[in-house]
Design a protein around this ligand. Structure first.
Ligand code: ATP
Ligand code: MG
Length: 563
């Protein structure tokens, strides 16, 4: 269940909205989330989604989903569908139908014609290279293009012919006539249309000219009546252009949108760039965009993260203008905290050691049931049957224990979770001297009671060999061995490929024994394996006959001591 306390509060954007509402500037909050459909969404987008949809939720407003599809080369339908699914899975619903910047191509064209008629835009014949040269630098002003003073008639004629396909790709552009000497490079006659003969996933081959992002974004916001247009800080210097565009076209709606910027989320030991994530997929370093090691929303979903856990994370990282580089432990901490409450428990043995209970007697030795959650009796209980042979975790036994060891040793005692205290009577070894089994005796006086006259501190988990069912378990670890894999420089001072720092041990697959209930679980069932961590049945590979569990996160933070 969602509530208004689940979102970042006390941040500057909320203050701005509060003032806008109190001062009567707006009576309604309308935000948008504007992904480019050129890849799957990642953890950084989750922050932006929680902000935009969260504000709409808090202020009883609306949030649009708008595909910013002005770069047809890299965009496609698969990404559109994946993005919609991810937003919904995170718990949000956009207002009405999804919007597309490409829905506005006709209007954007009309506004461009209007700007030409007002003498505020011109067709330029400079090549991309020349435009760059003429642009100047941060310290030097740019130079006017020799084509800048074309007549309105000539500009209109050329722009129409650009549209109708008379000129080759890249040979002409439409530029705003602002100021080549502006201190803000974005205002030095920015290009707003270029000629590109590419098929568009939405408009097909209707267009061979495509509008540029800044121009498109401002007008799309205004058309949709967006009140607060929130983006990341790298767009701060684009805001004057955003405002210029809206100041120089007839207002598309009664709402005048404003742009506000916040800092981008970066996650250590991870990557938040669709382009680089795409590279991991296309070069086969991962199994796909939704590989459980990927910081994509679909990857984290498959890993077992919950929407609630991700929303809690987004709240914790907050919204500000200062650097937002976050340790993986913050993400895992939020996920773990939420699962602690929501995930039922079960028992699994990952590295089994066989234990024969020498005095097991079906007539005397009793079964116990175990609660699915220690704090949530409403989740119910299930029977945990005991039998002659059980599996325990091999590393819960030691012949040569370190100091403070509370688990099983030769001649020592330990409690089986939810069951009896047992004593190790004999260690069975193979010819190579390796421990292959234990023989233990049950103290039948210890079911639900403390043993007489002695203390048994250790409690270990176990499964009846006769009842346990096999499963495949995938253990995931960090994907990269470097905190900032895309910022490591080699001896020559250049960045090394971030793929040099992939962790070769980021996934291991192992067999395990689990409770029979695994055979009735649907995909994406989340459980805590007692003492081992949180696991989820794989979204794709799990079947009731052949259970597959992914480790979502361990029970304790393992990031701190790895540094
Ligand atoms: P990428 O570099 O991964 O392609 P992007 O910013 O180009 O990211 P878009 O699809 O254009 O991706 O982003 C949609 C929205 O998500 C934008 O408003 C953008 O500011 C926001 N966003 C993207 N990455 C992050 C991030 N790391 N932290 C916060 N917001 C982000
Ligand atoms: Mg982008």
């Amino acid at each position: 269940m969602m509530n208004k306390e689940q979102f970042a509060d006390n941040h500057f954007i909320r203050n701005i909205i509060d003032e806008d509402l109190a001062g009567g500037k707006h009576s309604f909050v309308h935000t948008r989330f504007p992904p480019e459909p050129n890849g799957y969404l990642h953890i950084g987008h989750a922050k932006s989604i929680c902000l935009n949809f969260g504000l709409a939720y808090i202020y009883d407003g609306q949030c649009n989903l708008r595909f910013d599809d002005t770069n047809p080369e890299k965009e496609n339908e698969e990404y559109v569908r994946a993005i919609e699914e991810d937003v919904r899975w995170l718990g949000f619903q956009w207002a009405g139908q999804p919007h597309y910047a490409s829905d506005y191509f006709d209007k954007l064209f009309e506004y461009a014609v209007g700007l030409i008629k007002d003498g505020k835009a011109y067709v330029d014949d400079l090549t991309a290279e020349e435009i760059r040269e003429y642009r100047g630098t941060l310290t030097e002003p740019g130079k006017n293009s020799p084509y800048r003073e074309r007549s309105i008639e000539e500009n209109l004629d050329l722009f129409m012919r650009m549209k109708s396909g008379e000129f080759p790709d890249g040979s002409k552009t439409l530029r705003l006539k602002i100021d080549m000497a502006s201190g803000n490079i974005n205002l030095r006659d920015p290009v707003i249309y270029r000629i590109r003969r590419v098929h568009h996933h939405n408009t097909g081959d209707k267009w061979c000219i495509y509008p540029m992002y800044d121009y498109t974004h401002a007008i799309s916001d205004a058309i949709e009546g967006i009140t607060h247009s929130l983006c990341t800080l790298e767009f701060e210097a684009h805001r004057p252009l955003y405002d210029w565009v809206l100041d120089n076209i007839p207002a598309p709606s009664a709402v005048r949108p404003r742009q506000y910027e916040f800092s981008r989320l970066e996650l250590l030991y991870s990557i938040t760039s669709k382009r680089k994530l795409n590279q991991l997929v296309t070069e086969g370093h991962v199994s796909g965009w939704d590989d459980p090691r990927m910081p994509t929303i679909s990857g984290m979903r498959r890993r077992g993260y919950t929407p609630e856990g991700l929303r809690l994370f987004a709240k914790r990282v907050g919204i500000s203008k200062s650097e937002n580089t976050v340790d993986m432990s913050v993400l895992e901490g939020a996920v773990r905290e939420e699962l602690e409450e929501s995930a039922p428990r079960m028992i699994a043995v990952l590295n089994p050691l066989k234990v024969e209970l020498v005095n097991y007697d079906a007539a005397v030795s009793q079964n116990r049931s175990a609660p699915y959650h220690p704090n949530h009796p409403e989740m119910g209980e299930r029977e945990l049957p005991l039998s002659k042979t059980i599996y325990i975790e091999a590393d819960d036994f030691s012949e040569d224990p370190p100091k403070g060891w509370q688990r099983l040793v030769p001649g020592g005692e330990v409690r089986l979770r939810y069951s009896y205290v047992i004593k190790c009577e004999e260690v069975v070894k193979n010819a190579a001297g390796r421990v292959v089994a234990l023989k233990c005796s049950i103290d039948h006086e210890t079911l639900g009671k403390k043993p007489e006259g002695r203390k048994v501190k250790g409690v270990i988990h176990w499964l009846s060999a006769e009842h346990a069912v096999p499963a495949t378990v995938r253990l995931y670890d960090r994907l990269f061995t470097e905190a900032r894999p895309d910022a490591v420089r080699g001896e020559d001072g250049n960045y090394l490929p971030f793929t040099d720092f992939l962790n070769p041990d980021s996934m291991t697959e192992t067999g395990a024994w689990v409770e029979p209930l695994a055979n009735s679980l649907p995909p994406e069932s989340r459980y805590q394996f007692e003492r081992l961590g949180y696991f989820v049945t794989d979204r794709y590979d799990h079947t009731p006959d052949a259970p597959v569990f992914n480790r979502t996160v361990g029970l304790k933070d393992t990031w701190q001591n790895k540094e």
